[in-house]
Design a protein around this ligand. Structure first.
Ligand code: 0O2
Ligand code: 0O2
Length: 218
């Protein structure tokens, strides 16, 4: 990569690294507390220069305003086990004091025409440079494993067909997106039933026990 690009993209690379550590920290905290972990894994990337340049051309973005016009130069992706977890993670993000959400896109309640589902947060993240603070725009995509499976494959096909699919493939992709979402719904139902079964089991256990001494949490 040319030195100038590397310097220009440094704040974005720093943002991705910092946020990856922080988001993985959330995962660890849930694990330590023995609670259901709403994050399966986190990935991040800085948009490659050639992708930035193609988007600049496609959208007619002036080169001197890509820092405000292009929201996904820094990109984080959070994969969740269940659809409900996505909204838990969104709430966690809202409460954070180290970033500011400037836009939300709920492509789960309003899926895209392609069949794409995910929840996107566009955030402003302040990083500390030797020259002072810089606010960096970052896109955080939050999705289930199933949504990720569909999007990864569709994305690689998109590369081949440049977004214009033959009608039959288009239809199959739409069907596959619906099947992926049905899988999410089915998994959520199974989870609810298990939780219910666990609740009634622990209630029964509680009745039979005379003493149930546990250290109190502060
Ligand atoms: P990257 O590429 O920068 O994201 P740790 O060992 O604690 O640092 P973690 O996440 O607990 O990391 O380890 P794990 O779960 O073995 O994952 C290893 C790497 O693979 C992690 O990336 C995960 O983000 C990534 N990963 C795990 N499962 C999947 C998957 O199903 N699909 C994809 N695409 N990636 C996955 P790193 O190490 O943070 O690097
Ligand atoms: P990459 O890095 O190749 O993934 P808008 O102007 O708001 O309507 P915009 O700015 O394109 O639309 O943003 P959008 O659609 O909210 O989100 C952009 C990113 O979401 C894309 O990045 C993809 O990562 C993902 N995405 C959106 N739609 C689809 C889709 O139909 N299929 C797949 N696989 N991913 C999708 P880029 O720009 O493609 O870059």
């Amino acid at each position: 990569m040319e030195m100038e690009w590397e310097m220009y993209l440094f704040p974005y690379a720093q943002t991705v690294e910092e946020l990856k550590i922080k988001l993985k920290g959330i995962r660890k905290e849930y694990q330590l507390e023995n609670r259901h972990v709403p994050i399966e894994f986190v990935t991040g990337r800085v948009k490659p220069v050639d992708s930035i340049l193609s988007k600049v051309e496609l959208r007619n973005i002036p080169l001197d305003s890509i820092d405000t016009e292009m929201e996904d130069i820094a990109g984080l992706r959070i994969m969740c086990p269940f659809v409900e977890d996505i909204y838990t993670v969104v709430e966690l993000m809202r409460k954070r004091k180290d970033l500011k959400i400037v836009q939300t896109k709920d492509y789960i309640k309003h899926k895209k025409d392609s069949g794409y589902r995910s929840y996107h947060l566009i955030c402003e993240y302040p990083i500390q440079l030797i020259s002072g603070e810089q606010k960096v725009l970052v896109e955080i995509q939050i999705r289930t494993l199933s949504m990720n499976f569909w999007a990864s494959i569709e994305h690689s096909l998109n590369y081949k067909y440049k977004g214009v699919y033959p009608e039959e493939i288009n239809e199959r992709l739409q069907n596959a997106a619906e099947s992926a979402f049905k899988l999410d719904e089915e998994m959520s139902k199974i989870r609810e039933q298990i939780q219910e079964a666990q609740r009634s089991y622990s209630q029964d256990k509680g009745k039979n026990k005379q003493k149930n001494i546990k250290p109190k949490k502060k």
